[in-house]
Ligand binder design. Structure first.
Ligand code: BMA
Length: 339
């Protein structure tokens, strides 16, 4: 196996299961998936596409909760082991900078990223069409919304977990107003978390059929000594609709609009009942990871069939070797991105 190290904290108690003998894929599912099943709250029918991170003695997370009127909002959850979650019964009460209530009309697919001493939540919301909303919190009690980083239409935003060259950096996926039949991952920078620019193309759909329609950012990039490891989603259009799989790539550490390595094969695709069957069948949608630097362990949290949350495991060495064994860069992947 290659020598590759994750830069970050140790998390020895994180959820983990060893690779089952005979498993021939680079990521393997938790045997007790899904970890969150239907009707988790009186007013919430399904929780999926959600993000978690270590917090205090356990874990905290922001969860996409589909209410019984069908409208998604974000709910806060806590866990001592990263597997069994309890949720606040009411959606996260976002406020503006004056402290007044400031709720988006809907909010879905949240990501959660800590930079220095601040936690940022990003999601997709309506502002004359879908675009990215963002809020900050230091204590998970007060959640203050910031200016929306982009014009509509945009989805799948996720911050890098530290500034790069002194700037906040965020991946996003410009889209349209519907079930977008296209989509590449772009990157943008900000000095102050308010004004975003230096927009560059990172990577687009590829010749691999599983990601031949569109792709979008997933979990927050993981820093390694050889580049940023990203888990993202790739989509194929079939005669029966879209199928969402999980892909992996490595971006340059200082210039992350450049893709160093990109895996031609998905690392996880819908195969289990909870991925193939649900409100929207055939969806594996990664939104977060937990990592333990000392062992190289990675737990990928992903939404399943727009109905459940599950975990898959891998290690940084295993995924690195798999990406390199199937390394196929697209025409523009290694570029800094046109402007
Ligand atoms: C995408 C997003 C995701 C969802 C997926 C499959 O466009 O809306 O939230 O999981 O479609 O329905």
């Amino acid at each position: 196996m290659s020598e590759i190290k994750m830069i970050g904290s140790d998390l020895p108690g994180m959820p983990w299961q060893d690779k089952p003998s005979g498993c021939c894929t680079p990521a393997w599912r938790y045997s007790e998936n899904p970890i969150i099943s239907r009707n988790p709250l009186p007013n919430v029918a399904r929780i999926f596409n959600s993000a978690v991170m270590p917090y205090e003695d356990g874990y905290i997370g922001v969860f996409r909760g589909e209410q019984r009127d069908g409208v998604p909002h974000i709910y806060l959850g806590r866990s001592s082991d990263g597997i069994k979650w309890s949720f606040e019964p009411e959606k996260i009460p976002f406020v503006n900078s004056k402290g007044d209530s400031f709720m988006p009309p809907y909010a879905y697919d949240p990501r959660l990223v800590k930079i220095d001493d601040t936690y940022y939540i990003m999601w997709c919301q309506d502002a004359y069409g879908p675009t990215i909303g963002i809020a900050e919190t230091k204590d998970f009690k007060t959640f203050t919304r910031l200016e929306n980083p982009y014009l509509p239409y945009n989805r799948n935003a996720v911050l890098f977990p530290r500034k790069i060259n002194g700037r906040f950096v965020m991946l996003s996926r410009p889209c349209d107003n519907g079930h977008t039949a296209f989509g590449d991952i772009f990157i943008s920078e900000s000095k102050d978390m308010e004004f975003w620019g230096h927009h560059r193309h990172v990577m687009g759909k590829s010749k691999s059929w599983w990601e031949s329609l569109k792709i979008g950012g997933g979990a927050a990039p993981i820093e390694t000594d050889k580049g940023w490891l990203i888990f993202y989603h790739g989509v194929v259009n079939t005669c029966n609709g879209y199928v969402y799989s999980i892909g992996a790539a490595i971006l340059d550490l200082d210039e992350p609009s450049k893709v160093l390595h990109r895996c031609s094969d998905y690392i996880l695709t819908p195969e289990e009942w909870y991925e193939e069957r649900g409100f929207v069948p055939n969806v594996c949608f990664p939104c977060a990871t937990l990592t333990d630097s000392s062992t190289g362990r990675i737990a990928i949290y992903y939404g399943c069939a727009d109905s459940y949350v599950s975990i898959a495991f891998t290690t940084v060495e295993e995924i690195w070797d798999y990406i390199l064994a199937h390394d196929v860069l697209g025409e523009n992947d290694a570029d800094e991105g046109l402007r």
